[in-house]
Design a protein around this ligand. Structure first.
Ligand SMILES: Cc1ncc(COP(=O)(O)O)c(C=O)c1O
Length: 297
C-alpha cells in the first residue's frame, strides 16, 4: 500500500443478490462510492494534487465527465490551488453544483473529447497542472487492486465500467503486484462502446464521434487507455460487454432494491454486465467495482 494514500473502501458480500440471481459462487462489491467525494476518482486526485504542489503550478485544470471535476476541486481547494474544469454539456446539474461549490471554475464544451483538447491547451498556456494524467491516476487507483488482492478472498473476476479504461487497468495492475490475474470484465454503454467493438471484432479501436449512453460518466468515444484495456483483457482472459440504457437503469434499481445500495448509472453497468454474462460465470467469485454514488446524478 502506498503510505501517502490513506483512502480505503469497504468490501462487502452481496448475499441478497446471490440468492436472487441464484449465484452459485460469491458476489462482492468494492464500495468505491464511499470515497470522500463519492467516487473512486479521489484515489488519483490525492496523487495528482501532490504533484501539482511539488511542481509549483499556479493551479490545476482537467477535462471531466463530472466525477473527476468534483474530486480534483475538493483536493485542490484543500491545498489552496485554483481549479478549472472543462466539462461536457451533458453533465448533470447536480455534479456541476458539487464541483462549483467546492470552488471549481467550469468551462462547458460540446463533448468529452473536446474537453481533453481544451484542458491540455489551457494547462500549457497558463502554467496549470493538467489533472487526469493517466500514469498518476493509475498509480493512485491501483490501490483498489492492492486492497482486493490482500483481502483474503480469491477473486476469479472483477467487473468494472470502462470509459477511458484507466480504472480497469489500474485495478489489474494492483492485483498483478501480488501475482494475481483475475479476469477483467469490462462494461460499456451500448453506443459509447469503442473498446467493446474492437474487442468483439479483434480489431484496433476506432473512435466513436458521437458517443451516447445514459451512463454519462463513461460516455467517451476516444478512450485514452483503450489499447491498454484490450491488452489487460487478453492477459487475464477477460471480456468486454456492452449494455443498453434500459439494462443500466434496471440494474441500478435492482441493486437498490436487493441490497439497498444506490449507485450512479456508470457503476450500475457492472451489475448489468454481470447479468448479461451470468450463465458463463455464475460459479465464480466475482467483485463488482461500484465506482460512484447515485447521489451524484
Ligand atoms: C463513476 C465512474 N465509473 C467509471 C468510470 C470509468 O473510469 P475510466 O474512465 O478510468 O475507465 C468513471 C470515469 O469517469 C466514473 O466516473
Amino acid at each position: 500500500m502506498n503510505p501517502t494514500i490513506n483512502l480505503k473502501t469497504p468490501l462487502i458480500r452481496l448475499t441478497n443478490l446471490e440468492k436472487t440471481l441464484g449465484w452459485t459462487g460469491q458476489l462482492w462489491a468494492k464500495c468505491e462510492f464511499q470515497n470522500p467525494t463519492g467516487s473512486f476518482k479521489d484515489r488519483g486526485s490525492v496523487v495528482e494534487i501532490n504533484q501539482a504542489l511539488k511542481q509549483n503550478k499556479k493551479g490545476v485544470v482537467c477535462a471531466s465527465t463530472g466525477n473527476l471535476a468534483i474530486s480534483v476541486a475538493a483536493f485542490a481547494t484543500q491545498k489552496n490551488l485554483p481549479c478549472v474544469v472543462f466539462i461536457p454539456q451533458q453533465t448533470s446539474s447536480n455534479k456541476l453544483k458539487q464541483a462549483t461549490t467546492r470552488g471549481a471554475v467550469l468551462k462547458k464544451v460540446i463533448n468529452y473529447d473536446q474537453c481533453v483538447i481544451k484542458a491540455k491547451q489551457f494547462a500549457s498556456q497558463q502554467n496549470y497542472f493538467l489533472c487526469g494524467n493517466y500514469e498518476l491516476r493509475r498509480y493512485g487507483q491501483s490501490n483498489i487492486g492492492l486492497e482486493l488482492a490482500t483481502s483474503g478472498i480469491d477473486f476469479d473476476t472483477f467487473v468494472v465500467p470502462v470509459g477511458n479504461g484507466t480504472l480497469g487497468c489500474s485495478i489489474a495492475e494492483g492485483f498483478a503486484v501480488y501475482g494475481k490475474f483475475p479476469q477483467f470484465l469490462g462494461v460499456q454503454g451500448l453506443g459509447a462502446d469503442p473498446v467493446y467493438r474492437a474487442w468483439k471484432k479483434n480489431k484496433v479501436i476506432t473512435q466513436i464521434k458521437k458517443p451516447q449512453t445514459v451512463a454519462s460518466s463513461i460516455c467517451i468515444g476516444n478512450p485514452m487507455d483503450g489499447k491498454l484495456t484490450l491488452a489487460w483483457i487478453k492477459r487475464t482472459r477477460g471480456q468486454m460487454v456492452a449494455v443498453t440504457d434500459k439494462q443500466i437503469i434496471d440494474a441500478q434499481k435492482f441493486l437498490a432494491k436487493t441490497e439497498g445500495i444506490y449507485v450512479e448509472t456508470a457503476a450500475a453497468t457492472t451489475l448489468a454486465g454481470l447479468q448479461k454474462t451470468k450463465t458463463k460465470i455464475q460459479a465464480l467469485t466475482v467483485v463488482l467495482i461500484l465506482t460512484g454514488s447515485g447521489l451524484k446524478e
